[in-house]
Ligand binder design. Structure first.
Ligand code: NAD
Ligand code: WQD
Length: 350
């Protein structure tokens, strides 16, 4: 390793699932991730995991992005006029679709309000590069698949989806009023898996809503059988199709997006959306089969009714990210499943 000082990068939501994996990828790429999280949906265990994997005392601040004063003090402590944060990777948000339907105002204030506060504080500290966690949910049920970044937004199915659409708009409008601001809007498809070391992974609280954490818990005997939500869709095997990408591929995409921000030499502002997916759709039954192939375990499952609000089939056209960020997903669905299972087994021993 050279003696060049590491550029500090603020990682909000850095104790969360995707933020923690990205922190490791940032460190590996030579940056210094500064983790910020209010631990609403995460724990210090993830921060410890990041430190272990980086073999470094990665800074962590337990701060809420809506708390302007506390947020400002993180900027003051970890960045300066001479060495401002090279960028902000903004993961901090609530993310449960069902909860957002029950508590729309909480989602608006945390996800959109938090972003507004963050941008104001960043502005007063001269930080211009933002990489934002958006979602394929902005597309709703797409007219054609694979979906590319020019597809129109559909009416948001949930308050959560609306917060992603609104946040993209806030970021674009903010950048448009400031020269040399660079914003990468990263529209994730379905992140799955864990770091191969099993030192960090996803920590869903309570009964998981998402497919892969439920599947691994069902295989581990922690839950009953997995219910496949709908077997009567007009797809090849009757089940829904998604684009599942390994969380470490996603983490590496953030490093590429930050480097893309840093490489822009224009004094004009630049705002660009990127789909992050594999470009391959997999049905629910194909995910179960990939898991069973990769692990030799059996997933107890039954066919159930469709889940309200589910899109039938969506997968990414990730060609823009490949062309402009030089990024593409490398890991297979089997690798994702093997890593998710290793993490599930590690959780049992903690
Ligand atoms: P996560 O819940 O594991 O991580 C989010 C982190 O943000 C948590 O640690 C939480 O404690 C923290 N947080 C929430 N509000 C905060 C606040 N006001 N101040 C400080 N910290 C706060 O979720 P994740 O899966 O890692 O998702 C990260 C981002 O990616 C979110 O913005 C989410 O909406 C987005 N996203 C996730 C998925 C997915 O399937 N996991 C898909 C698309 C987009
Ligand atoms: C995947 C597939 C289910 C659970 C959600 C959010 C989206 C984004 C990613 C943040 C679907 C099926 C699931 C189960 C099942 N998050 N399924 N049995 O719905 O694609 O997207 O997470 O932005 O906004 O909506 O992901 O993992 O919930 O479901 O059959 O017990 O698995 O029907 O086809 P989804 P998911």
């Amino acid at each position: 390793m050279s003696d060049t000082p590491r550029l500090p990068v603020l990682v909000t939501g850095g104790a969360g699932y995707i933020g923690s994996h990205t922190a490791v990828a940032l460190y590996e790429a030579g940056f210094l991730p500064v983790l910020l999280d209010n631990l609403h949906n995460s724990s210090l265990q993830a921060v410890e995991g990041v430190k272990t994997l980086c073999e470094a005392d990665v800074p962590f601040a337990q701060v809420d992005v809506c708390d302007r004063e506390a947020l400002s003090s993180v900027f003051e402590q970890h960045s300066s006029e001479d060495a401002p944060f090279a960028g902000i990777l903004h993961f901090a948000a609530h993310k449960a679709v069902g909860e957002s339907v029950a508590h729309p105002a909480m989602y608006a204030s945390n996800n959109v309000g938090g972003l507004g506060t963050l941008l104001e504080v960043a502005e007063s500290h001269g930080v211009r590069n933002v990489v934002f966690s958006s979602s394929c949910t902005v597309y709703g049920e797409p007219e054609t698949v694979p979906v590319n970044e020019d597809a129109p937004f559909q009416h948001a199915e949930s308050p959560y989806g609306w917060t992603k659409q609104a946040s993209e708009r806030v970021l674009a409008d903010h950048a448009a009023t400031h020269p040399a601001h660079r914003v990468a809007l990263l529209r994730y498809f379905n992140p799955v898996g864990a770091h191969p070391s099993a030192a960090i992974g996803e920590l869903p609280l309570g009964v998981p809503n998402n497919l892969v954490p439920f599947l691994t818990q069902a295989a581990a005997g922690i839950r009953g059988a997995l219910t496949v939500f709908g077997g009567d869709y007009p797809t090849a095997d009757g089940t829904c199709i998604r684009d599942y990408l390994h969380v470490m591929d996603l983490a590496e995409a953030h490093v590429s997006a930050l480097q893309w921000c840093l490489a822009q030499d224009s004094e004009a502002h630049v705002v660009r959306a990127f789909n992050l997916g594999t470009g391959q759709g997999a049905s629910v039954l194909e995910v179960i089969e990939a898991f069973e192939r990769a692990t030799g375990e059996t997933v107890p499952h039954t066919m159930g009714d469709r889940r309200a609000g589910d899109v039938m089939a969506i997968w990414a056209d990730p060609s823009r990210a490949e062309k402009e960020l030089g990024w593409s997903a490398k890991r297979s669905l089997e690798t994702s499943m093997a890593d998710a299972w290793r993490w599930q087994q590690a959780l049992k021993t903690r």
